[in-house]
Write a protein that binds this ligand. Structure first.
Ligand code: NAD
Ligand code: ZN
Length: 359
C-alpha cells in the first residue's frame, strides 16, 4: 500500500549502543520507508512515549534475558499510521488511524500460549524496545495486528502509559481473586505502574493500602483514592502496619510493582489466609522467597502477571478514556531520557515521565 504522508529519510532517536555507555540522541537515524515494509508491518509517526522502568532494565541489560543491541527502547508510544506494508491483508487499522504501541509488538496467534489468550507469552513474540526497536524515536515500525486503537476521548499523552503501566496493573488486579470491598496492598504505589494500580483498584471497588516512600508520593496516592499509607523507609514494622491498616487480618491481595526484591520479602506475611500475591515488578536477577509452611497453611496463591493481551489493552484504555483512571505525568523532550532514567533509578519519579516526540 502506498501512502499520502510525507516520510522523511532520517529521524531523531535515542540509541543504546552498549549497556555500559551513555545513551546517544541523534537526528540522523534512518526511517524505514513505506516500500521497505513487509506485509503486516506498518509505520507509525509518534506523538509521544511514556518511559517505563523496564526501559531502564533494558538499557542496563540487568535482566537474565538481555535486550538487542544497539537498541531504541520505549513501549508506551502513541501516534498515527503513516504507511502500511504492501500486500497486507485484512488489516484491522488504516492509514491515519491513531494507535498505541505496547510492549507486545507482535505475537504469532497460533502457538499454545497464544491460543490460550496468553499472547504476551507467545513463543514467537516481538517486544517493542527489547527484541525490536521501540518508541524513543519519531517513527516506529509495528504490526497492524497488534497496534492498539486509541479511543477518541483520550489525549495522546494521557493514553501513552496506559499501554504498558496501565494494561499491566489492570490485568494483575483483574486476576488477583479480589472482589468489591477487599483490601489490596500496592507496594510501589507512587511509581508509574503503582499510581495507575491505585486507580484501577478503586474503580473495581477495592480498598487500597499504598506502600511507597516520601511526602509527594503519599499525597498523590491519597488523592487518587488510597485509604491507607505505609512508608516503607519509615516503618519499623511493615507487616504489623499493613495488618493494622486492614483490620488486623492483612490484605486479600498484593500487587507488587516495585523494581526491588526487598518489596517482595514480607508479602506472604502481610496477606491474610487465602490471599493472592501478584508478581509484577521485575527486579534485576532476584528470586522470590516465601516461607513454605505459611504459604501452605495460609493457602496463599503466588501468580506471575506479564503485561496483558490485546483485549486487556483495549479494556484498560476504555476505562481510562471514561475518566476513571488518569495518568499523572510530566511531558519532557526526548533529550530528557537520560535524566529520566537517573530519576527512576533513585525512585524520584512520581507517576510517569512522557516524552514529546514532536519537540
Ligand atoms: P517506577 O520506578 O516508576 O516505580 C517503582 C516504585 O517502587 C517507586 O515509586 C519506588 O519508590 C517504589 N519502591 C521501591 N522500593 C520499594 C519497596 N521496598 N517497597 C515499596 N515500594 C518500593 O517503576 P515502574 O515503571 O512502575 O516499573 C516497576 C517495575 O515493574 C519494573 O521492574 C518494571 O520492569 C516492571 N514492569 C513489569 C511489567 C510486567 O508485565 N510484569 C510491566 C511493566 C513494568
Ligand atoms: Zn513497561
Amino acid at each position: 500500500m502506498s501512502t499520502q504522508f510525507t516520510i522523511p529519510k532520517t529521524q531523531k532517536a535515542a540509541i543504546v549502543e552498549a549497556n555500559d555507555q551513555p545513551l546517544k540522541v541523534i537526528d540522523t537515524h534512518p526511517v524505514k520507508q513505506p516500500e521497505e515494509l513487509a506485509p503486516g508491518e506498518c509505520l507509525v509517526e509518534l506523538e509521544c512515549s511514556g518511559v517505563c522502568h523496564t526501559d531502564l532494565h533494558a538499557a542496563k541489560g540487568d535482566w537474565p534475558l538481555p535486550a538487542k543491541l544497539p537498541l531504541i527502547g520505549g513501549h508506551e508510544g502513541v501516534g498515527r499510521i503513516v504507511a502500511i506494508g504492501q500486500h497486507t491483508q485484512d488489516s484491522p487499522v488504516k492509514l491515519g488511524d491513531r494507535v498505541g504501541i505496547k510492549w507486545l509488538a507482535y505475537s504469532c496467534l497460533d502457538c499454545e500460549p497464544c491460543r490460550n489468550g496468553l499472547e504476551q507469552s507467545c513463543y514467537n513474540n516481538k517486544l517493542s524496545g527489547f527484541t525490536v526497536d521501540g518508541t524513543f524515536s519519531q517513527y516506529v515500525v509495528s504490526w497492524v495486528s497488534h497496534v492498539t486503537p486509541i479511543p477518541e476521548n483520550i489525549d495522546s499523552a494521557e493514553a501513552a502509559s496506559i499501554l504498558c503501566a496501565g494494561v499491566t496493573v489492570y490485568r494483575a488486579i483483574k486476576y488477583s481473586h479480589t472482589k468489591i470491598g477487599d483490601w489490596i496492598v500496592l507496594p510501589g504505589a507512587g511509581g508509574g505502574l503503582g499510581h495507575l494500580a491505585v486507580q484501577y483498584a478503586v474503580a473495581m471497588g477495592l480498598r487500597v493500602v499504598a506502600v511507597d516512600t516520601g511526602a509527594e508520593k503519599k499525597e498523590l496516592v491519597m488523592k487518587l483514592g488510597a485509604e491507607k499509607w505505609v512508608d516503607f523507609k519509615e516503618t519499623k514494622d511493615l507487616v504489623g502496619d499493613i495488618r493494622a491498616a486492614t483490620g488486623g487480618l492483612g490484605g486479600h491481595a498484593a500487587v507488587v510493582t516495585a523494581a526491588t526484591g526487598a518489596a517482595y520479602a514480607q508479602a506472604v506475611d502481610y496477606l491474610r489466609h487465602g490471599g493472592t500475591l501478584m508478581v509484577v515488578g521485575l527486579p534485576a536477577r532476584a528470586s522470590l522467597s516465601a516461607d513454605i509452611f505459611f504459604t501452605v497453611v495460609k493457602s496463599i496463591s503466588i501468580l506471575g502477571s506479564y503485561v496483558g493481551n490485546r483485549q486487556d489493552a483495549r479494556e484498560a484504555l476504555d476505562i481510562a478514556s471514561r475518566g476513571k483512571v488518569k495518568c499523572h505525568y510530566v511531558l519532557k523532550p526526548l533529550s530528557a531520557l537520560t535524566e529520566t532514567y537517573e530519576g527512576l533509578e533513585k525512585g524520584a519519579v512520581v507517576g510517569r515521565v512522557v516524552l514529546n516526540m514532536k519537540e
